[in-house]
Every structure is written in C-alpha cells, then in structure tokens.
Design a protein. Structure first.
Length: 77
C-alpha cells in the first residue's frame, strides 16, 4: 500500500491530492490506450469518481480493488 501511495503522490505532481485525467490515462490505463478502450476513457474516468479536480487516492484504490476483486454484479455497477 505504501508503494501505491508513493506512486500516486508522484503521479499527482504539484496538486498532490488528485490524479488528473491525463495522469489517469498515462499511469492507470497505460498510454497508449488500446483503441477499443479509447472511446470509453471519459466514462472510465468518471466511474473512478473523476471530476475537474481529478481522482483522489481513496476513490482510485477503491475502484481498482472493485474491478480486480469485485463480483461480476459489482463490476457492472
């Protein structure tokens, strides 16, 4: 968890509290984004609770746990 938190801080840059959409694409989706995912980037960002301010650490980790460990019904939501 400490390594994830450190990577998050490094990726947030000056802001330090929220991951921007650009950083989300680069660091979470691993730019270049595959073509079949590219059309859904905005929806993914919003699903991770992304806003104009970005995505905070708690929302990012919660969403990552949900999509990797959640039940199929939870993932659909």
């Amino acid at each position: 968890m400490r390594r994830i938190k450190e990577a998050f801080k490094k990726s947030t840059g000056e802001n330090g509290n929220a991951l921007s959409k650009k950083a989300f694409i680069q660091e979470v989706l691993c730019e270049p984004v595959p073509k079949h995912v590219e059309v859904h980037v905005e929806r993914l960002f919003q699903a991770f609770s992304g806003s104009n301010k970005g995505i905070n650490f708690k929302d990012l980790t919660s969403a990552l746990v949900l999509i990797t460990k959640g039940l199929p019904e939870e993932k659909i939501k």
